[in-house]
Design a protein around this ligand. Structure first.
Ligand code: SAM
Length: 223
């Protein structure tokens, strides 16, 4: 397992990434097509910044990335379309991260692990649920969300909840994650609008009228 981790670590150094986590997002996006040119991306739990590097490259100069973490992130060498914020994700308002809904929300957030798998799993699940609680505020209808979770007994419930909020929600384990046995990524495509969620009607919210839904998930979703 250490050999596998060393391989990705060396590869990240060679390619100028701040951590080997870069290869997880690269594979997720190659297979699931969550990012598009011109997207506005919110990267939650962004330190030291390798997902920001990957996302910034993929959305291109017309797109932008806001990276948020409890820890400060060194901005030197990051592309100009990356903005950083040192904050607890659970305490920020949309206004402090640009005031406009995002096309994509990414979360590689993880609690500090203690070695107690049960406790670590539930803390990770809580972070994911806190992200889903805010999805309708931060992510525009039709937008995509990727979040890391430590697998365990509550994983299925999390997947079900995500499935009720998005057109599609699936678990995915990138090759670069194989050394970290409990780590899984939930890939959610096409956030449902309030009207779609609420079958009883209730028209679109003001934000939804401003941000029309994206097309339904594309070809990356067949696998
Ligand atoms: C695995 S690291 C992220 C690596 C990053 N994706 C990269 O590619 O460089 C997980 C990060 O989540 C952050 N985190 C955990 N809880 C958070 C919270 N409530 N708000 C913001 N960041 C949080 C941690 O500080 C940690 O830096």
């Amino acid at each position: 397992m250490r050999d596998v981790q060393d391989h990705w670590f060396r590869q990240a150094k060679r390619e100028g990434y701040r951590s080997r986590a870069a290869f997880k997002l690269t594979e997720i996006d190659d297979k699931k097509k969550v990012l598009s040119k011109g997207d506005r991306v919110l990267d939650c739990g962004a330190a030291p910044g390798s997902w920001c590097q990957v996302a910034a490259r993929r959305v291109g100069p017309r797109g932008s990335v806001v990276g948020v973490d409890l820890k400060s992130i060194d901005s030197s060498g990051l592309p100009p379309n990356v903005t950083l914020l040192e904050a607890d994700l659970r305490e920020i308002e949309l206004e402090s991260i640009g005031g406009t809904m995002f096309d994509v929300v990414l979360s590689d957030m993880a609690p500090d692990t203690t070695g107690d798998h049960f406790g670590d799993h539930h803390r990770s699940i809580r972070l994911c649920n806190e992200l889903l609680d805010r999805a309708h505020i931060w992510l525009r209808p039709g937008g995509n969300l990727v979040m890391k979770v430590f697998e365990g007994e509550a994983y299925r419930d999390l997947l079900d909840r995500a499935g009720s909020m998005f057109s599609k929600a699936k678990g995915f384990k990138p090759v670069a994650s194989r050394g970290e046995s409990v780590e899984m990524f939930v890939i959610c495509a096409g956030q449902l609008s309030a009207a779609e969620r609420d079958q009883d009607g209730g028209g679109p919210t003001e934000a939804e009228q401003i941000a029309p839904p994206r097309p339904k998930p594309g070809p990356g979703w067949s696998s």
